[in-house]
Structures are given as structure tokens and as C-alpha cells.
Design a protein around this ligand. Structure first.
Ligand code: ATP
Ligand code: MG
Length: 393
């Protein structure tokens, strides 16, 4: 592993140091705060903002002192612009409430959600110490197999709990996974940011149930690209892409593909990680490739069976290829079939306007029989193209 040299792009102006009169665990130089006009502001008569930790696309994350507690807390507040969009505001509140219902060591604890009148909503969370997996990978590029496996098991068990409660995260990616402990040698990981999560058991179709394309393009399963119904297997797809990136330092399909990225998520098989990483345990490779199959039926059927497989791999030494049996594809070939005419239209347009020659492809119709699907499989595969266009995260 490379030396732990921080190459953070952000310039941090202010480091909070422990204060003599506070609890020793209160604040330390773990938190690198940026000045903000909100510093010193009191929220709800209880939380004093100490400084800005991070600024996302639609929210700001602050470190705060809780007047009623000894530990620092995180305040995540929707920006005014995002809060003015009713759907966005609702999604934020729903995501926070869903997370509050989850109690698992691999899921960040949300303590409360506040919806002040005429002001952006905010949630109060436990303050984690460490860095996001995205920050880790920006610096280190890759992670060892053993560390990846140990952390993957924790993420998977967190997702088993979320899925068991009917909650799909929908935005699993390194920026939403938080490594706990010292930089470079994390002791654990927590899933954060359930901002796009969806409650499968909810009878009322909330804002996250509307047919919107939500998620992060490089991690989006085909059903998410087409705004088709999703389930736990959608998180399994994103989880597979995350593992691919952790081990190889690149993603199967990345932003430099431009709009073609969606096309690849729909039609291109992911390249085997062993193209980039020689000594990968072939069971781990199979596991990743199974996660990122196009048809959800060809992925693991649940996060629990994926977790079982991770535990089995972790508890036995490195496997050779001849010791591994490849699970049978339930749908052959591995094609995603759009669930409705809208999705079919989107897929057709993506293929038509693709710069990568996908215009020659047929889009499987709902009514197509197996023969038609097999025809599609004979269309020029995009594997070579995706392989040559592998790029850094
Ligand atoms: N509980 C926490 N403890 C410590 N740091 C946190 C915590 N929650 C978030 N952060 C930091 O803030 C960053 C952004 O958090 P988060 O992913 O929740 O919001 P976001 O993606 O910016 O929000 P949005 O997607 O709404 O724009 C994280 O990557 C992490 O560095
Ligand atoms: Mg996030």
C-alpha cells in the first residue's frame, strides 16, 4: 500500500482541536472544518454549528455541539434551492426517517429529523470519525482483497438489515460508504446517505416511488437507468460495481463514456476484474460478475445469499479457477428486458444515439420469446469496447 499522503483537493481552513473543558471524545483534529456563515448558529435551541464538514450537490454537512449531550453530532441540511423543490424536500425527509428506523452497526445512526417552518429540513446524525471510501480510493487508488472482503461483508450485512426492513438504498457508491478509524487502516465501514432510499412496504407511493431516474450513473443497474421497478437486487448491482472499483481502481463503465455510459449499463457485460488484477480470488471475481449481471434474476437473489457467499470466500484461502463452479444463468443470455413501453423507448433511443455503435442492436420486446432474445445475443457484443474504455473512477 502506498504511503498515507493526503492529496485532498479541498483546502481546509480550520482544524478543531480538543478543548480542555469538553469530554475527551468531543472534537479532535479528526474533523477538518471549513468556515461557514452558519458557524456559531444555534439550531432548534440545541445544536450549535461548529463548522462546515462537506458540501454535497444538494445539502451541507456540519459538525455541531449538542447542548444536551457530550458527543458531537452531524447536521445534514438541505440547501435552500433543493428545499424549494417539494419532491427533493420530501425525499430528504423520507430518507432520513427511513434511516432512523434502522439500527445496525454498519448503518449511520440518524437521531432526529427536523422540518422547521419556512426553512430547509435537516437531520441530526451520529458523528463518524474517518473518511469516505471515495476519499480513500482517491488517495490509495485500490484496496487489498482481504480489506475489501472484510468491509464488503459489513456493507452487505447492513444492506441485509435495510432490505429486511423493506428499504432499498438506491445510491450505493464509495461517497456514501464511510470508513471508520484511522486514515489508511479502517476498522469498519458504515453506509450513509439514504437520501434516495425507497420503502418497498409503503402503500402510499412517496416521492421516491415516482418514475424518476435516480441514482449515480456509474453504479446504476439497468432497471434504474430505465426507471423500472427496483428491488434489493438493484443495490446488489451497485455493490458489485463498488467492489470492482475497490479492487481494480477503475470502474467497468465510467463518466468519460458520456451519454453512452447508460447504454453500457444496459447492454455491455462488465469486463472480468481479472483483466486488471491478476491475483484476484476467482470466487470473488465470480461474485462481482454475478452482482453486475443485467437481468436481476441472474444476480444474487438476495443480499443475504450474497453475504453468505462473501463469508464463505473470506473463511477459506484463495481459490484457484478449477475449484470454482460457475452459477448457472437463470436467464440466458443475460439481457435486461424493459418492463414497459416507456423504458423500451428510452432503451431504443439510447441505442440509436450511441456513439459506440450500439445502434445496430435490437431492444428485446416484452413479448419476445427466447429465440428473439437469442438473436439479440448474436448482435456484436460490446465487451471489447467496454474493455478498451475502462477508465479511472
Ligand atoms: N455522520 C457523519 N459523520 C461524519 N461525516 C459525515 C457524516 N455524514 C456525512 N459525512 C460527510 O459528508 C459527506 C457527504 O455526506 P452525504 O453523502 O450524506 O451527503 P451528500 O451526498 O453531500 O448529500 P446530497 O446527495 O444530498 O447532496 C460524506 O461523504 C462524509 O464525508
Ligand atoms: Mg452522498
Amino acid at each position: 500500500m502506498k504511503p498515507m499522503v493526503s492529496r485532498k483537493r479541498k483546502h481546509f481552513h480550520h482544524i478543531v482541536r480538543p478543548r480542555a473543558h469538553t469530554h475527551p471524545t468531543f472534537v479532535s483534529d479528526t474533523y477538518r472544518l471549513q468556515p461557514s456563515p452558519c458557524t456559531g448558529r444555534m439550531l432548534g435551541g440545541r445544536y450549535e454549528i461548529l463548522g462546515l464538514l462537506d458540501r454535497g450537490g444538494s445539502s451541507e454537512v456540519y459538525l455541531a455541539k449538542d447542548a444536551l449531550g457530550e458527543l458531537p453530532v452531524i447536521v445534514k441540511m438541505l440547501t435552500e434551492v433543493a428545499a424549494a423543490d417539494t419532491q427533493h424536500r420530501e425525499r430528504f425527509i423520507v430518507g432520513a426517517r427511513l434511516t432512523m428506523a434502522l439500527d445496525h452497526p454498519a448503518i449511520v445512526r440518524v437521531l432526529s429529523v427536523e422540518t422547521p417552518f419556512g426553512a430547509p429540513p435537516y437531520m441530526i446524525m451520529e458523528a463518524l470519525q474517518g473518511e469516505s471510501l471515495a476519499q480513500y480510493l482517491d488517495r490509495e487508488n485500490t484496496m487489498s482483497q482481504s480489506m475489501t472482503l472484510a468491509l464488503a461483508r459489513q456493507i452487505a450485512s447492513g444492506l441485509v438489515a435495510a432490505h429486511g426492513a423493506g428499504i432499498i438504498h438506491r445510491d450505493i457508491k464509495p461517497a456514501n460508504l464511510f470508513l471508520l478509524g484511522p486514515q489508511g487502516s479502517p476498522s469498519g465501514i458504515k453506509i450513509i446517505d439514504f437520501g434516495l432510499s425507497k420503502d418497498l412496504f409503503s402503500i402510499v407511493s412517496g416521492p421516491a416511488s415516482v418514475n424518476l431516474v435516480l441514482g449515480t450513473a456509474q453504479y446504476m443497474a439497468p432497471e434504474q437507468v430505465l426507471a423500472d421497478p427496483i428491488d434489493g437486487r438493484t443495490d446488489i448491482y451497485a455493490f458489485g460495481i463498488v467492489l470492482f472499483g475497490m479492487l481494480t481502481g477503475v470502474l467497468p463503465f465510467d463518466l468519460n463514456l458520456g451519454p453512452d455510459l447508460f447504454c453500457h449499463q444496459l447492454f455491455s457485460p462488465a469486463p472480468p476484474p481479472s483483466w486488471l488484477l491478476e491475483d484476484i480470488d476467482c470466487r470473488l471475481e465470480q461474485l462481482i460478475l454475478r452482482c453486475v449481471r443485467k437481468h436481476p434474476d441472474n444476480r444474487f437473489d438476495s443480499m443475504q445469499s450474497l453475504l453468505d457467499e462473501l463469508i464463505a470466500i473470506e473463511s477459506h484461502p484463495l481459490a484457484r479457477s478449477n475449484e470454482v463452479s460457475v452459477p448457472l444463468l437463470r436467464r440466458h443470455p443475460d439481457l435486461y428486458v424493459p418492463q414497459n413501453s416507456e423504458g423500451r423507448g428510452v432503451a431504443q433511443n439510447l441505442a440509436r444515439f450511441s456513439r459506440s455503435g450500439a445502434a445496430t442492436m435490437h431492444i428485446p420486446q416484452l413479448s419476445d420469446g427466447l429465440d428473439d432474445l437469442l438473436d439479440v445475443a448474436e448482435v456484436e457484443p460490446m465487451r471489447e469496447r467496454s474493455g478498451t474504455r475502462l477508465s479511472r473512477r
